[in-house]
Design a binder for this molecule. Structure first.
Ligand code: DGY
Length: 326
């Protein structure tokens, strides 16, 4: 008797080594063209599937989850963030959800530091000047940016990525301030200054790095009033989720000069980003590439597969189970 391999839909084209393992262990439905699914087409493509391996941006909202076939028992997202999956709606249908924590901490913190430095030191303006043959030579006043070493960095959200960002910033002798739901134990805090009230942290931030997940509490948290509490000339860095920032407010502050610059890797509504960003010279912009290294993307894929294999092949609880918040 042959036992059927569980069928898993890959909503995106994943790295080759990840797809090789997916294909070897499951009856995989791949998406080699990396076509973007909308909710109804995702539900349709899941026909007969036991599991779905999805990614950031896939519309696994309550409506899509309601439309999934009864065969679907698990959704494994190839991401640490899972705001694109309605975990409560999945729980109501007894569909398990897993994510990929830990493995993208360093890559994302590296990009956060790159955004901080790029924004502060006007790296994109320098690169553009050179590549468009506009550079006429060194000048004492050319492309003067914001000094980084020794400044104060405020971190909103001191989870794994926030802590890794702090470690990098310490190498620049930055003073670390942070705000988090819970204060870190002394050994993890490493001298960082805790602010129970995130609003109270803002006046202490020459740099503000957003490392908090997108939730109903953090949605558009960085708004005009809070930006006004940052010192004049501050730099805002966002490598978490675009929705945490009110784009109109950030763009206005970059235009007025209240903020010196911003380094941004994630955007609300991406890839259709707020048009206002395109015209801003003082915005260092990247296309959501925090986890984009070969090693990290493989590790994310293998983690998603560890979870799918645990549940669909071994009938065990997925190690990175995400629970619906009560
Ligand atoms: C994540 O894992 O949440 C990232 O943003 C996707 O790269």
């Amino acid at each position: 008797m042959t036992t059927r391999k569980p069928r898993v839909l890959a909503t995106r084209h994943f790295p080759p080594d990840v797809e090789a393992r997916l294909t070897s262990n499951f009856d995989a439905v791949l998406n080699p063209e990396d076509r973007l699914f909308d909710g109804p087409s995702l539900a349709k493509a899941s026909d007969g599937c036991d599991g779905i391996m999805c990614a950031a941006g896939d519309p696994l909202n309550a409506e899509t989850i309601a439309a999934l076939p009864a065969s679907v028992r698990m959704i494994a997202t190839f991401s640490v963030g899972y705001e694109h999956v309605d975990v409560g709606a999945a729980a109501r249908r007894k569909i398990l959800v897993s994510n990929t924590p830990d493995v993208l901490t360093d890559a994302t913190a590296d990009i956060a530091m790159l955004c901080l430095l790029g924004a502060a030191r006007r790296a994109h303006e320098g690169a553009a000047m050179l590549r468009t043959h506009q550079w006429v030579g060194w000048s004492p006043t050319q492309l003067m940016g914001v000094h980084v070493t020794g400044k104060r960095l405020g971190i909103l959200g001191m989870g794994r990525i926030g802590q890794a960002m702090a470690d990098r910033a310490r190498a620049f002798r930055m003073t670390i301030h942070y705000s988090n739901r819970n204060r870190l134990p002394h050994d993890l805090e490493k001298g960082a200054i805790f602010h129970a009230d995130p609003e109270a942290m803002l006046p202490h931030c020459d740099f503000l790095s957003i490392n908090a997940p997108m939730t109903s509490t953090t949605r558009k948290w960085v708004n005009a009033e809070r930006i006004a509490r940052l010192p004049k000339g501050a730099v805002v860095v966002n490598t978490a989720r675009g929705g945490v920032v009110d784009d109109d407010a950030l763009i206005a502050a970059l235009k007025s000069g209240h903020l010196a610059s911003a380094g941004i890797d994630v955007f609300d509504g991406e890839p259709k980003i707020h048009q206002g960003y395109y015209g801003l010279e003082n915005a260092f912009l990247l296309p959501h590439m925090g986890s984009a290294t070969v090693e990290t993307r493989n590790a994310m894929g293998f983690k998603a597969l560890d979870n799918l294999e645990a549940y669909l092949l071994k009938e065990q609880s997925p190690p990175d189970l995400v629970r619906a918040s009560s």
